[in-house]
Design a protein around this ligand. Structure first.
Ligand code: FAD
Length: 498
């Protein structure tokens, strides 16, 4: 951990910190120093790639305090890094190493404001945990379908700022599609109340969509009105062994046609990713043992289905699908969850993969998407080019096949230290993987965003016109470049956050 200057009390603080303390009170500000609690959870990113320093950590309690802090920052020209649960994976939620940026943590804005069951909507403050929002919907007999492995830690503000995807996009869409309205504090400290619960509103530019996915670079989201759905009466999942990725895609097409809106999730896990869970998180694997066939298949698919009627009707539809898939050779074996506990265990296996990967060591990570029909071609081409360039390298591939979105993560040969492989070859691996994805009409980021990790790649992959429009929007809304500078877009001076 970096050493911080020791600050003994307000009289030693510069003007800015004194003003900040008077706005938020002692419990609303953490100033790094000898007496500060351990700050790694705020300053280091989840993957352990970025270690920052902060001028201070501001913990406002409501929108008025967020606005006051933002005005203070504008007056003193202090850059802000908004932060929710700090589970982001692209180096956008932690400060740089200058020690001059203010980290604004939204986690104390954690109130469920209102549930409107008749309008199928919920209004929440931005620092609510995703799991908390899901539970509030459930308590009202409804469903908030956004679902990520990090849902016990990530916040709704972070989900919206990064336009999170997750496991139910196939049926319900990304965070963007689940959001009806926003409340945002602008870089100048003004409050834009756009907390509408309308399904249709064509009155001018869509400001809501501008802030969703903007990674904290245009303003601070302080509250949101979100879309809810009726809770399905029946939910059943199955694990399916597929002989190849082509077979898995054929199964996807069959599932779409047969189950239609009843198909809520279609995930794929390549053999090595399941082996990593066995190796590092054996409890997850043990819970699955009765449901997994003996030999690890090349590809395991997790199909999740829902029915407005009952578990029995969801099960009947899934059984018919699986019988057809077995007959067609798209599946070698299939296990249907016999209880909600078994369904949860299947998902736990899938959701354990990022943590198992982390325990295996650093990887060059990608979050690409291509049209679903092009997924097998992508995997074949990327694999063969990687093999040629880095003999013996290993690929952990899993993800949301139903959305054409793969987490395609590359580690060097087992004989080579993971840090060394990353340090020496990350750029080349990225170029290779992104070239293949883009040649198939794909994208370099399906759901994790750009941050610092992919910022320089973005410039090379977007058209000059697209970059020009993005810079114009940033300049118009944040002329002082105080909101998460250097993330997503380079700073005008070209300074790269450390
Ligand atoms: C185990 C694991 C699994 C994951 N699975 C998925 C997945 O399936 N799909 C997916 O899309 N992502 C996934 N992620 C990534 C991550 O959890 C999501 O991006 C999540 O939405 C980030 O939320 P957060 O509250 O942690 O945001 P943070 O990490 O704190 O911040 C993320 C970005 O949003 C900005 N930000 C945060 N709060 C605000 C706010 N209130 N206003 C303005 N800007 C803000 C930050 O500045 C930063 O740019 C996963 C991460 C982990 C660790």
């Amino acid at each position: 951990m970096t050493e911080y200057q020791s600050v003994t009390g307000p009289s030693d603080l510069p003007d800015f910190l004194t003003a900040l303390l008077s706005l938020l009170g002692e419990d609303g500000v953490i100033v790094p120093g000898q007496d500060a609690p351990p700050l790694g959870a705020y300053l280091n990113d989840w993957r352990g790639r970025y270690q920052g320093r902060a001028l201070a950590i501001a913990r406002p309690r409501d929108v008025a305090e967020v606005a006051a802090v933002t005005r203070l920052c504008a007056d003193h020209n202090v850059a802000i890094v908004p932060q929710g649960g700090n589970t982001g994976l692209v180096g956008a939620s932690t400060p740089d190493d200058s020690g001059q940026q203010l980290l604004v943590s939204l986690t104390r804005l954690n109130r469920i404001v209102a549930v409107d069951a008749a309008n199928l909507s919920i209004t929440v403050q931005a620092g609510c945990l995703l799991a908390q929002v899901q539970q509030a919907a459930k308590d009202a007999g409804l469903l908030f379908p956004l679902s990520l492995a990090s849902e016990g830690t990530c916040t709704i503000g972070g989900n919206l700022a990064s336009n999170a995807g997750g496991t139910q996009v196939l049926r319900y869409g990304t965070a963007r599609e689940l959001c009806l309205g926003l409340e945002v504090v602008t870089p100048q400290g003004e409050v834009w109340n756009g907390l509408t619960a309308l399904r249709k509103d064509n009155s001018g530019y869509d400001l809501r969509d501008l802030f969703i996915g903007s990674e904290g670079t245009l303003g601070i989201i302080t509250a949101a009105t979100l879309r809810l759905f009726p809770e399905p009466a029946g939910q059943v999942a199955a694990l399916v062994d597929c002989p190849s990725l082509d077979a898995a895609v054929a199964l996807l097409h069959r599932a779409r046609a047969r189950l239609d809106a009843g198909l809520t999730g279609f995930e794929v896990m390549q053999a090595w990713t399941v082996a990593l869970v066995h190796k590092h998180l054996p409890d997850h694997a043990k819970a699955m043992a009765p449901l997994m066939s003996g030999d690890a298949p090349a590809w395991t698919v997790l199909i999740d289905t829902a029915s407005p009627d009952s578990d029995a009707s969801a099960r009947a539809a899934l059984e018919t699908l699986l019988t057809q898939a077995l007959d067609a050779g798209e599946a070698l074996d299939a296990s249907l969850a016999q209880s909600h506990g078994q369904r949860r265990a299947m998902w736990a296996l899938r959701e354990a993969i990022p943590s198992a990967e982390r325990l295996e060591g650093l990887m060059v990570k990608h979050d690409i998407a291509v049209p679903t029909s092009a997924v097998p071609t992508f995997v074949r081409a990327a694999q063969s080019q990687l093999e040629q360039a880095f003999a013996g390298c290993r690929v952990a591939c899993f993800g949301h096949l139903g959305d054409g979105n793969l987490h395609y993560n590359v580690q060097g040969p087992s004989s080579m230290d993971a840090h060394e492989f990353l340090a020496r070859h990350e750029t080349q691996v990225n170029h290779l993987v992104y070239d293949v994805a883009l040649s198939l009409g794909g994208t370099i980021s399906a759901e994790h965003g750009i941050g610092l990790l992919k910022r320089d790649e973005l410039v090379q992959r977007k058209t000059p016109v697209a970059m020009q429009m993005m810079r114009a929007i940033k300049q118009a809304l944040d002329p002082q470049d105080l909101m998460n500078p250097g993330r997503l877009l380079a700073t005008p001076s070209g300074h790269t956050p450390g």
